[in-house]
Design a protein around this ligand. Structure first.
Ligand code: NAD
Length: 323
C-alpha cells in the first residue's frame, strides 16, 4: 500500500450491481483485482456488467478503449474466497445487504486474508461497528460506501466504526481520491450515514406530499429536477443558504419546520405499490409505467447526462472558463 492511496492488489466480494463497478474502478486505477461471487454464472454476469460500464466510459471519452482493455485484464474471477484473499492489501465487501451474511463473510475473510489487509464494507447503512466486531481486526475495518452507478458517481462515504483507526480511515480516503472520487468522512457510525439520511429525508417529504394530494408524482419529481436538485449538483444546502441569506432561511425555517413530514413509518402509498407488484423499473411499473426497453433507455440517458454534467464541472474547476 502506498501513501498515495494506490492499491496493488485487492479483492471485491459480491459481483452484483455495485461490486462489478467497484472492481472496475480499482482496476482502472492500476490494481489487480480478484472479483468473488458464489458461482461462475454470477461472476460472468458481474464481468458483463463491468464491461458494459467501461463501454459507457469509453463512449463518453472518459477512458480509451486500450485503458478499458488493460483494466479488464487486471480482473480475475474467483469462487474461492481463500484464493482471492492471498496476498491482498484491501478487501471490499459488496455482498447482499444483510448484517448476518456480511458478518459471516467478514469473519471468513479475516481467517483467509493477511493480517495487514484492510477491510472496507460497501453497506448502504448497516452498522460498521457490528460488522467490524465479526473480525479480529476491527481497527482495520471501515465503511466505504460507493453510490450507484459506481463507475460514474463521485461520492464515496468513508465511515468510521467505533474501533476504526485513523490510519484506516485516512487510507480509504486517499484510495477514494486515487480512484478519482470525491470522498467524505462520516465521523460516527449512524444508520444511513450522511448521503442516504439526506436522500430519505427528501423521500419522506415527497411521499407525504403525494399522499396528501398536494401534487402529482410527476410534478414532485419536476420540483426537484428543475429546482433544488439542479442547484444541489454543484452547491449543497449550506452554500445555498449562504447565497439566499441565512436571515431568509431562518425566517422560512421558523414557519416551515413544524409543518414538515415527520412520520416514523413509510406512508401507505409505498406499501400499496409494493403489494400490487409495482416495484419499479425491474417490474416495468412503479410510480410510472416502463414499457419494454424503457428502463435501459432511461439508465443510458441518466448515465450520459451525469457524465456530461461531471465533464462540465471538471472543465470549470480546471479553469476551462475565464469566469
Ligand atoms: P446485488 O444483489 O446486485 O449483488 C450482491 C452479490 O453478492 C450477489 O451477486 C450475491 O451472489 C453475492 N453474494 C452474497 N453472499 C455472498 C458471499 N457469501 N460470497 C460471495 N458473494 C456473495 O447487490 P448490490 O446492489 O450490488 O449491493 C451490494 C451492496 O452494495 C449492498 O450492501 C448494498 O446495500 C450496497 N449498495 C447498493 C447500492 C445500489 O444502488 N444497488 C448502492 C450503494 C450501496
Amino acid at each position: 500500500m502506498a501513501e498515495t492511496g494506490a492499491v496493488r492488489s485487492a479483492a471485491v466480494v459480491g459481483a452484483g450491481t455495485m461490486g462489478a463497478a467497484i472492481a472496475g474502478a480499482l482496476a482502472r486505477a492500476g490494481g489487480s483485482v480478484a472479483l468473488v461471487d458464489r458461482s461462475p454464472q454470477l461472476l460472468e454476469r458481474g464481468l458483463q456488467a463491468l464491461r458494459a460500464s467501461q463501454r459507457t466510459l469509453v463512449d463518453a471519452g472518459v477512458i480509451t478503449a486500450e485503458q478499458a482493455g488493460a483494466a479488464e485484464a487486471r480482473v480475475r474471477a474467483h469462487t474461492s474466497l481463500e484464493e482471492a484473499c492471498a496476498g491482498i492489501d484491501l478487501l471490499v465487501e459488496s455482498v447482499t445487504e444483510d448484517l448476518e451474511i456480511k458478518r459471516k463473510l467478514l469473519s471468513s475473510a479475516d481467517r483467509a486474508c493477511p493480517p495487514s489487509t484492510i477491510f472496507a464494507s460497501n453497506t448502504s447503512g448497516l452498522s460498521i461497528t457490528r460488522l467490524a466486531e465479526a473480525t479480529g481486526r476491527p481497527h482495520a475495518v471501515a465503511g466505504m460506501h460507493f453510490y450507484n452507478p459506481a463507475h460514474i458517481m463521485p461520492l464515496v462515504e468513508v465511515v468510521r466504526g467505533e474501533q476504526t483507526s485513523e490510519e484506516t480511515a485516512q487510507f480509504l480516503l486517499a484510495l477514494a481520491r486515487h480512484l478519482g472520487k470525491r470522498p467524505i468522512l462520516v465521523r460516527r457510525d449512524v444508520p444511513g450515514f450522511v448521503g442516504n439520511r439526506l436522500q430519505f429525508a427528501l423521500v419522506r417529504e415527497a411521499l407525504h406530499l403525494l399522499e396528501s394530494g398536494v401534487a402529482s408524482a410527476e410534478d414532485i419529481d419536476t420540483a426537484i429536477t428543475a429546482g433544488p436538485g439542479l442547484r444541489y449538483a454543484q452547491i449543497g444546502p449550506f452554500a445555498t443558504a449562504d447565497l439566499a441569506g441565512l436571515d431568509v432561511f431562518d425566517a422560512i425555517s421558523r414557519y416551515l419546520f413544524s409543518d414538515l413530514a415527520r412520520e416514523t413509518e413509510p406512508p401507505p402509498v409505498l406499501h400499496r405499490l409494493v403489494a400490487e407488484g409495482r416495484i419499479g423499473v425491474k417490474a416495468g411499473r412503479g410510480f410510472y409505467e416502463y414499457p419494454a426497453g424503457d428502463a435501459s433507455r432511461l439508465i443510458a440517458r441518466r448515465d450520459r447526462l451525469l457524465l456530461a454534467f461531471l465533464d462540465a464541472l471538471a472543465h470549470e474547476r480546471t479553469g476551462g472558463t475565464d469566469g
